[in-house]
Design a protein. Structure first.
Length: 438
């Protein structure tokens, strides 16, 4: 039985052109993406341009989609006639060679990161238009956006004027024993089922090396929130976050933007609210035994709502989760609110952890130029949207039950060995594809 199962899986896999399926999915969701790549504002002098921005950006997109971790490895892996011809056919251009990684980094050093962000904005808005993700809204209304920061790069010496700095002191003498320079990023991720798509990025950075107070996650959130509101002024959003975000400045931002929020709550964050919640819940039990909620707790000039739930994570382990929100809690919606509140961790798992360890190794600096580092990170977010849709939405790929790294290997092999005709011919000769998420 085991041999038959493995053999049938091999036979099924032989019939799949992984690269073609990837391009079909890309065109299904983002039919205008190639033109968008081509139309970025190219900072280079026209007389020095050998490769258009669409060639360079698509090339780096494929690097990430195929799980290649370094620029030099990309140049080596893609140095095949099939890769050159595939890129030329996909983009509708003539190519004799693909650009060297030095050429790519020179371009990314000068390109404004906002140009990459425009492409991501286009992709996210196209997903909303497709209406294939509607079932993942909180209370059938709010799109949940998880926010969190993560570390990207560490250096033993100052890398650039925007570096953050951490000093380690001797506990006894107080003398500085070690100094680390690093770069962090704050992400806003649209949470839709088991997928998390980057919808906003704010780099946590100092203005210069002489600042009296370093940039921080909350200050970055203020900038991020302003950009989100500008780009999606009417989108009904619920911000998900850890207990760091349970503070007046964040509450005020959400209130002024007409957003909902749902944050993990710990007693040490707002002691007055915690005290009142604990007092009331002892006097009045609401909901069921595993779930207690209180609406309308006064805090400053506003009211907040708290819900506490005991979740059985496995047979011998129960854990208590408490959330603070401006969503009115009822017996009918309490379980859903807790479920969405807990989904915040997906930004860490499906988001940061996967991007660091399974997909792209985002902690590897593909360039030491700070602007290029930003652009590499943002291109990775574009590739990540495509890869998640590919893994979760293409039935042929999903049914193989391959790991993330196995899919990367299969896509890379297909890109290197299978020649495609022009994309228009592929789409015209194939049946209309169906994308379903389960």
């Amino acid at each position: 039985m085991m041999k038959t199962t493995r053999k049938s899986k091999r036979e099924k896999e032989k019939k799949i052109n992984f690269f073609e399926e990837f391009i079909k999915l890309q065109k299904h969701f983002f039919k205008d993406i190639n033109r968008r790549l081509k139309s970025v504002k190219d900072p280079r002098h026209k007389s020095y341009i050998e490769y258009g921005p669409d060639v360079i950006l698509f090339y780096v997109l494929m690097k990430n989609a195929c799980g290649i971790n370094s620029m030099s490895n990309m140049t080596e892996q893609f140095n095949k006639d099939e890769c050159i011809e595939n890129v030329a056919n996909i983009l509708g251009c003539e190519l004799e060679e693909l650009p060297h990684h030095d050429t790519i980094n020179n371009f990314l050093c000068a390109l404004r990161p906002e140009e990459i962000e425009k492409i991501r904005d286009y992709m996210i808005k196209e997903l909303f238009k497709k209406r294939s993700l509607e079932n993942y809204r909180l209370l059938d209304e709010y799109w949940c956006v998880a926010v969190d920061a993560t570390g990207l790069f560490n250096f033993p010496e100052r890398h650039c004027e925007h570096c953050l700095k951490r000093e380690y002191k001797n506990k006894e003498t107080g003398e500085i024993e070690k100094t680390v320079y690093y770069h962090n990023v704050l992400e806003a991720k649209l949470v839709v089922g088991d997928m998390v798509f980057s919808i906003g990025t704010e780099f946590i950075e100092n203005e210069d090396e002489n600042v009296s107070k370093q940039d921080c996650e909350i200050n970055a959130f203020k900038r991020l929130a302003a950009n989100l509101k500008r780009k999606y002024p009417r989108l009904p959003i619920c911000i998900l976050g850890d207990s760091l975000y349970a503070c007046e400045s964040v509450f005020e931002i959400c209130s002024s933007n007409n957003w909902k929020y749902l944050f993990r709550f710990k007693e040490g964050r707002i002691k007055s609210v915690a005290k009142e919640f604990n007092t009331i819940k002892e006097l009045e039990k609401t909901g069921n035994e595993q779930c207690t909620f209180i609406n309308g707790i006064v805090y400053n000039q506003r009211t907040v709502n708290l819900i506490e739930a005991e979740i059985e994570e496995d047979t011998d382990n129960k854990k208590t989760y408490t959330f603070i929100t401006n969503v009115k809690i009822t017996k009918r919606n309490a379980d859903e609110i807790v479920s969405f509140g807990r989904s915040r961790w997906k930004i860490e798992n499906e988001g940061f952890n996967n991007q660091k360890t399974k997909r792209y190794n985002i902690e590897h600096a593909n360039s030491l130029n700070y602007n290029a580092m930003k652009n590499h990170y943002l291109i990775t977010q574009l590739a990540d949207i495509l890869r998640q849709l590919y893994e979760k939405g293409v039935e042929k790929i999903r049914d193989l039950k391959k790991s993330i790294k196995e899919i990367s290997s299969s896509l890379l092999e297909s890109f290197r060995t299978c020649l495609l005709t022009k994309v228009e011919d592929i789409l015209n000769t194939q049946k209309r594809i169906q994308i379903r998420f389960i």
